[in-house]
Design a binder for this molecule. Structure first.
Ligand code: GGG
Length: 365
């Protein structure tokens, strides 16, 4: 089944799920529409009944609003509870200001680091008219999550041309190798079995060159494990062009942090809305579901945000932990609601509220 091939990393994980009697899920809605879509995902998980251990939801705070209230964007207590008490988590969306605010730093970037969630796995899949039909878009962006320009080492100074600003871009062998492995593992379980390395090493030959070389070397040290996986590479700019011309050329796309962020938002346009695209932030010991969309302040609080990206992120998180049956039930319910089209939020051309869509999905679960 297509859905099952999306994310089957559990074999490579140490997380033992078989004996759990409860599942502690940290909920961090953060800012804007996060406050509406995370409760939606909670409602979908709660509807699963005995297909997963009894869920226990732990509300946690982070975000720009938390910063304006408390002076801290990611309270230590949130990190501590996630590390010590939670089995997994769901994060909503954050509204970091575009201008520097003294003392503020993005809590999602920090969380990914704190929990060593080194991979952001973003499947982009169009809903087929019937389960048997081949979807027009079925790809996964595997985004490195801990380095690149997102290490946030920026400086400004005055120079002969006025103010100057510089940012350090970090690419390491370790991070490139482990994200490469994640991409190859995913590809192994997908029908097309193809990894495309996204880079710009014709210009950035040192940083992107290292990323490209290291990912390419992953199968060499894997004792034939990835022999059936085809490796391609594509410069990031032409990858975007190809993505829009013929998304079927891509299966698993593995990219440094910034390219992966941009590519996955772009790919979302191919399936109708950012409001449909889920992700998980995954490490070796923890997984956190997160819709790809941001906090959408223009529609926040209006009960019209699309809850599907969050609900699918919950399914992806459960699948990653080995709860395939629960994940399948959520995905099947979402597929039916999307296909039938009776309940749809305005971003995908409908008139329904967030709650109406969640209720329709939950009824089917
Ligand atoms: N759920 C994805 C999300 O919140 N996107 C916006 C984002 O990544 N913002 C980064 C930030 O505000 O720090």
């Amino acid at each position: 089944m297509l859905r099952q091939s999306l994310l089957q990393l559990k074999a490579a994980r140490s997380m033992s799920t078989a004996t759990k009697t409860s599942l502690k899920i940290g909920l961090i809605p953060a800012d804007g529409v996060g406050k509406e879509v995370i409760p939606a995902a909670q409602q979908a998980i709660a509807a699963l009944g005995s297909d997963i251990p009894k869920p226990e939801f732990i509300p946690l705070i982070a975000g720009f609003e938390t910063f304006t209230r408390t002076g801290v964007a990611l309270p230590e207590e949130t990190v501590q509870i996630l590390k010590e008490e939670c089995d997994c988590a769901l994060f909503g969306s954050v509204s970091s200001p575009s201008k520097k605010v003294v003392g503020y730093s993005s809590p999602i970037v920090a969380l990914r680091k704190e929990l060593d969630l080194y991979a952001n796995v973003r499947p982009v899949l169009s809903v087929a008219p019937t389960p048997e039909e081949t979807p027009a878009v079925d790809l996964v962006v595997v985004r490195e999550n801990t380095e690149c320009l997102y290490i946030k080492q920026e400086q400004s100074s005055n120079g002969p041309n006025g103010r100057e600003a510089r940012a350090t871009r970090l690419i390491t062998e370790r991070a490139s190798s482990r994200i490469g492995k994640m991409a190859f593992e995913l590809a192994l379980h997908r029908p097309a079995k193809q990894v495309t390395i996204i880079h710009k090493s014709n210009v950035l030959s040192v940083t992107d060159g290292l990323f490209r070389e290291t990912v390419r070397a992953v199968p060499l040290g894997a004792e034939g494990r990835y022999d059936g996986v085809k490796i391609l590479e594509q410069l990031v700019d032409s990858a975007v062009y190809k993505l829009f011309r013929d998304p079927r050329e891509f299966d698993v796309m593995v990219a440094p942090n910034l390219y992966g962020d941009i590519l996955s938002d772009a790919a979302a346009a191919l399936v109708g809305s950012l409001g449909l695209v889920p992700s998980v932030n995954a490490g070796d010991n923890f997984v956190m579901g997160e819709p790809v969309h941001g906090s959408a302040p223009d529609i926040a609080g209006k009960n019209i945000a699309n809850p599907i990206a969050s609900i699918r992120s919950a399914a992806l998180m459960l699948r990653h932990m080995g709860y395939a049956k629960g994940a399948d039930r959520i995905d099947a319910a979402v597929d039916t609601v999307v296909r039938e089209g009776q309940f749809a939020t305005p971003d995908v051309g409908g008139k329904s509220t967030t709650q109406e869509v969640v209720d329709a999905i939950t009824r089917l679960i």
